[in-house]
Write a protein that binds this ligand. Structure first.
Ligand code: NAP
Length: 264
């Protein structure tokens, strides 16, 4: 009975158990595999992870605030996880812990079109921003980064690339990605972020990594002005699908995962 889990602090809000258990059932693995949420504080994280293989776990997702710690304790890192500096997926096999990052590829798959050659604005400079900036640059986008705390966006651009921007020119971007936590606790994105609700345009793609309310205030405004929108649930589904495929070596049932994540 291989076990899977998401490790976070807190983790009670996570839609991953519902999404992955629905996927496992759809794949006919529901009787064998299971996926649970485990809340673990930062000071207990390493010990908890090291015990997991012995408890029958085949892998785990890792969420806030453990993505850096997951990378640090792994025996083996994928190149993506190493370059981004964060891991969201662990694999326990042969007595070793392997760390991967499916956030970047999941984000890319959620986009309606390739970002190659596009001018992109990334809002935020935390863990989610690192994966987004990294993959956008890899795909050949021009990336500008705005963050409330400018020092952090400067560090991010020095490390991964892209340019920091103080006053983004909202209509100029073909892609705008909110990787900040704004909206999670009902904050007004147009008060906290350098965006105006009436300056989106058709031809732009606007992505909000935060999920909760559907649609978020940011995506409701962007969609209302004719922009194409992508929400955080679609990114959650895509990164989860890649993790599931890593663990089970089976193609992930995306529609089932989407339906379960939206209903959770
Ligand atoms: P993080 O490392 O803690 O970074 C938080 C970011 O939000 C920082 O850039 C921070 O700016 C900014 N921020 C927080 N409150 C703000 C405010 N009131 N105004 C302006 N900026 C504010 O978190 P993370 O891991 O990057 O995650 C960020 C969000 O993305 C979370 O809501 C998370 O749930 C979501 N996420 C979604 C997915 C998905 O699959 N959909 C995956 C990963 C993350 P400062 O540097 O100034 O503090």
């Amino acid at each position: 009975m291989p076990r899977l889990a998401v490790l976070g602090y807190p983790v009670g809000h996570s839609r991953s158990p519902a999404m992955h258990n629905a996927a496992l059932a759809e794949l006919g693995l529901g009787g064998e595999w299971s996926y649970e949420a485990i809340e673990v504080a930062p000071d207990a994280f390493e010990q908890r992870v090291r015990a997991m293989a012995g408890e029958g776990f085949a892998g785990a997702n890792v969420t806030v605030p453990h993505k850096g710690a997951a990378l640090a304790l792994a025996d083996e890192l994928s190149e993506t996880a190493r370059e981004i500096g964060a891991a969201n997926t662990l694999v326990f096999a042969g007595g070793e812990i392997r760390a991967e990052n499916t956030d970047a590829e999941g984000f890319l798959r959620a986009l309606p079109a390739s970002p190659a050659g596009k001018r992109a604005l990334v809002l935020g400079a935390g863990g989610a921003a690192r994966a987004v900036v990294w993959v956008l640059l890899r795909e050949g986008a021009t990336v500008e980064i705005w963050n409330r705390t400018e020092l952090r966006s400067q560090h991010l651009s020095e490390e991964l690339g892209g340019e920091t921007v103080e006053r983004p020119e909202q209509p100029a971007y073909e892609l705008i990605v909110n990787t900040t936590a704004v909206g999670l606790a009902g904050e007004d994105p147009f008060a906290e972020l350098p965006l105006a609700a009436d300056r989106f345009a058709p031809g732009q793609t606007v992505v909000d990594m935060v999920y909760g309310e559907e649609p978020s205030a940011l995506l409701a405004a962007a969609g209302g002005e004719g922009a194409t929108t992508v929400d955080g649930i679609e990114i959650l589904v895509q990164q989860g699908a890649l993790s599931l495929e890593t663990w089970t070596q089976r193609p992930a049932p995306l529609d089932t995962m989407r339906a379960a994540a939206r209903a959770a």
